[in-house]
Design a protein around this ligand. Structure first.
Ligand SMILES: C[S@@+](CC[C@H](N)C(=O)[O-])C[C@H]1O[C@@H](n2cnc3c(N)ncnc32)[C@H](O)[C@@H]1O
Length: 235
């Protein structure tokens, strides 16, 4: 690691968002748009960085959906996309769902397992852009929070399709994402993240997967930014 690279990561030097964006830009220049996640999580594991999205609790918009919908996971399967350190997965597994929580970063998977000893969720490494074939339409509940928007806009259509394709007939998809106005062009967004337009939210609804509820709420951490919470049902 170069001295500059170490300085980029040093939590004392940087706002965590700025530091992770530096890593992302370097990975994008090297044509490795997902390589920086492992780099960030492994730096965080030995105290050289902070994972900016690690909330230490499930996302409040997911918790709110659960308290309203009161889903019963008994005998059902759930998939948590880009599960990070696992707080959302824990909430879902505690509802009785047989839960797979996956992430592209092996260190994130280890961190989730260590943070939740005795967890009912199954944490594993997998790539959303090339998921295991036996996940196809196999889940009653799929939770996607902030993963698609963490990928460059050119990769988002594939990521969106893969999220949607894991929902079985009769199953539900919940998407929580940063919101972008439709009139903000792609090249004006300097991600990550690359927030999702309304058209990008609509793009999850393909074939017999229907958008049944869409809400916009201020971000709990920054009320000047908005979050989508979208619920889809596969007929
Ligand atoms: C912005 S973080 C959000 C993490 C978590 N969902 C949350 O809300 O706290 C994006 C996560 O997606 C993971 N990720 C990125 N690309 C992925 C891919 N292609 N397949 C699986 N996970 C991916 C990253 O490692 C990271 O943990």
């Amino acid at each position: 690691m170069t001295d500059q690279h170490a300085a980029d990561l040093d939590p004392a030097n940087q706002d965590p968002d700025v530091a992770s964006r530096h890593l992302a830009h370097k990975a994008l220049e090297a044509n490795d748009p997902t390589g920086w996640f492992e780099e960030l999580y492994s730096a965080a594991a030995d105290g050289r960085a902070v994972v900016p999205w690690d909330r230490g609790m499930a996302h409040p918009l997911l918790a709110d959906w659960i308290s309203t919908a009161q889903p019963d996971g008994t005998g059902k399967r759930a998939l948590i996309v880009g599960a990070g350190t696992g707080w959302d997965a824990e909430l879902i597994a505690d509802l009785g769902y047989d839960t797979i929580a996956f992430d592209i970063s092996p260190t994130a998977v280890e961190a989730a397992q260590q943070a939740h000893p005795g967890s009912k969720a199954h944490y594993q490494v997998a790539d959303l852009l090339n998921p295991p074939a036996d996940w196809h339409r196999a889940f009653d509940l799929v939770i996607e929070i902030f993963t698609v928007q963490a990928l460059p806009i050119a990769l988002q259509p594939t990521a969106t399709r893969q999220v949607a394709e894991q929902v079985r007939a009769g199953g539900t998809l919940i998407v929580i994402a940063a919101a972008r106005e439709d009139n903000v062009p792609d090249d004006a967004v300097e991600g990550p993240p690359w927030p999702l337009t309304r058209a990008a939210i609509d793009a999850f609804a393909k074939d017999d997967l229907r958008l049944i509820q869409l809400d916009q709420a201020p971000s709990p951490s920054d009320p000047t930014h908005y979050r989508w919470r979208a619920e889809y049902l596969r007929d």
